[in-house]
Design a protein around this ligand. Structure first.
Ligand SMILES: NC(=O)c1ccc[n+]([C@@H]2O[C@H](COP(=O)([O-])OP(=O)(O)OC[C@H]3O[C@@H](n4cnc5c(N)ncnc54)[C@H](OP(=O)(O)O)[C@@H]3O)[C@@H](O)[C@H]2O)c1
Length: 307
C-alpha cells in the first residue's frame, strides 16, 4: 500500500483543484495522484491564475468542476518578502482569502497551506496547532494573515502548517546543497535553528489522506493541522545527512562549518525552534510522515539519478 494509504480500488471518485501548478507541492501531488485510481487533479497556475489579481479566480475555480480546492500557491521568497511586503500579503493573505471565499461560494472545502514561520521559535517544545503564533518575518506574518482570511471566508477549511519543504522539484535546500557541494569544499551552515525537514511527497500523501476524509459528508474536524517530517534537526544536520548520502552514492559532498544564525545575515529573521507537533494529524487522519532522514535519502538518491 502506498504511503498515502489510499488503495487503488477503495477510493471514490474525487476531483481536486490545486493552485500553484509549478510549485513543489503541486508537482508532488500530481506524482502521488498518478498512483491512485479515482482521484484526479486539475492544477492551475500563472499566468491563467494569479492570486495577486483575484478577479478571474471564481471563473478559474468553477471551471475545474472540483470537489475540493487545495491552495498550494504562495509567495515563498522569505528574504525578498521583507522588502516586498505588499506583494507577499497580496498573495499569501488576500489571495488565500479569495481562494477560500471562491471555494465557499462553490460549496467546496479548501485546504490552505501554511508554515512553521508563523511562530517566533522561542518555545522549547514542538508547536501544537493551538500554540501562540508570533511571526518574526513578513513572510510569516503574511501566511498567518492568510490563515485568518481562509478561516473567516470558508467554514469548511483545513489550514495545514508544514516546514522546511524539499522535493525533486523546484528550488529547495537539498538541491541547493548538492549544487554548492559541487562548487565548494567547505560550506558554512546554520546549526542553531531547529525544524522538521519535510519531503513534499510525504506532505502530498498526508494532504491526500486528509482530502479523502474531508469530502465525506458529515466530516466535522475542520481547523488547523501540522504535517511535517518526523524527527528534527538543524540546517547543518540536514546538510550533513544530504552530503553523507550523496557522498556514499558517488555524488557531491562538502565539509560543514557549523555556524550560529547570528553569523549569517539574512534579510528575514527565522525562528530558532520551529518544530511542529503532528499528533493531531495522526489522530484525526491516521497519517504520520516518515522519519525525515529516510525521505531525504530517497530524494537525494533520486536527484543524483536524474542529474
Ligand atoms: N517551501 C517551504 O520550505 C515551505 C515551508 C513551509 C510552508 N510552505 C508552504 O507550502 C506551500 C507550498 O510551498 P512550495 O514549496 O510548493 O512552494 P513553491 O515551490 O515556491 O511554489 C509556489 C507556487 O506558488 C505560485 N505563485 C506565487 N505567486 C503566485 C501568484 N501571485 N499567483 C499564483 N500563483 C503564485 C508559484 O508560481 P510560479 O511557478 O508561476 O512562480 C509557484 O508555483 C506554500 O503555501 C508555502 O507557503 C512551504
Amino acid at each position: 500500500m502506498p504511503a498515502h494509504g489510499l488503495a487503488k480500488t477503495r477510493v471514490e471518485l474525487m476531483r481536486i483543484a490545486v493552485t500553484g501548478k509549478h510549485g513543489q507541492l503541486a508537482q508532488s501531488l500530481q506524482e502521488r495522484v498518478a498512483t491512485i485510481a479515482g482521484i484526479s487533479l486539475v492544477c492551475i497556475g500563472r499566468p491563467e491564475l494569479d492570486l495577486a489579481r483575484p478577479a478571474g479566480l471564481m471563473q478559474a475555480l468553477a471551471g475545474c468542476n472540483a470537489d475540493l480546492v487545495i491552495n498550494a500557491a504562495a509567495y515563498t521568497e522569505v528574504d525578498k518578502a521583507e522588502s516586498d511586503a505588499d506583494a507577499a500579503f497580496a498573495v499569501n493573505a488576500a489571495g488565500a482569502g479569495a481562494v477560500a471565499h471562491a471555494a465557499a461560494d462553490l460549496g467546496l472545502p479548501v485546504i490552505q497551506l501554511s508554515t512553521d514561520y508563523v511562530f517566533d521559535g522561542e518555545a522549547s517544545l514542538p508547536y501544537t496547532e493551538t500554540a501562540k503564533t508570533n511571526p518574526v518575518s513578513v513572510y510569516g506574518a503574511s501566511k498567518l494573515a492568510g490563515e485568518a482570511a481562509v478561516i473567516a471566508a470558508n467554514p469548511q477549511h483545513l489550514v495545514i502548517r508544514t516546514a522546511w519543504v524539499y522535493s525533486p522539484f523546484g528550488k529547495n535546500f537539498v538541491k541547493t546543497m548538492l549544487r554548492l557541494a559541487g562548487e565548494r569544499e567547505t560550506l558554512r551552515i546554520i546549526d542553531d535553528q531547529t525544524g522538521n525537514p519535510t519531503s513534499a511527497l510525504d506532505l502530498a500523501d498526508g494532504i491526500l489522506r486528509a482530502a479523502h476524509a474531508v469530502v465525506h459528508p458529515g466530516f466535522k474536524d475542520w481547523g488547523v493541522y501540522n504535517i511535517a517530517g518526523s524527527g528534527s534537526t538543524s540546517w547543518a544536520g540536514f546538510a550533513a545527512h544530504i552530503f553523507d548520502k550523496s557522498g556514499r552514492a558517488g555524488g557531491a559532498s562538502a565539509k560543514i562549518d557549523p555556524i550560529a544564525a547570528a553569523e549569517f545575515v539574512t534579510a528575514a529573521k527565522r525562528p530558532s525552534n520551529s518544530q511542529l507537533d503532528c499528533t493531531k494529524t495522526e489522530t484525526i487522519f491516521g497519517y504520520r510522515a516518515p522519519d525525515w532522514r529516510k525521505s531525504c535519502s530517497i530524494i537525494v538518491k533520486r536527484l543524483l539519478a536524474e542529474s
